[in-house]
Design a protein around this ligand. Sequence first.
Ligand SMILES: [Zn+2]
Length: 62
Amino acid sequence: MPLKKSASKKAVGPNIAREEAAGKPRKQAIAIALDVQRRAKAKARARKRCKCGGGCESCRGE
Ligand SMILES: [Zn+2]
């Protein structure tokens, strides 16, 4: 299952657990989960700013 790309705090815990289950050290799992959250937040901000109405690359997401 892929990591939840959510900006919410709720997604961080499960993402840490998933990375640890995949064999990553706890420190690294936390870093990865926080990085995913940070990126999701940045993306949400970019979408809010955008005037394209959802058609551009950043609005469509990955
Ligand atoms: Zn856009």
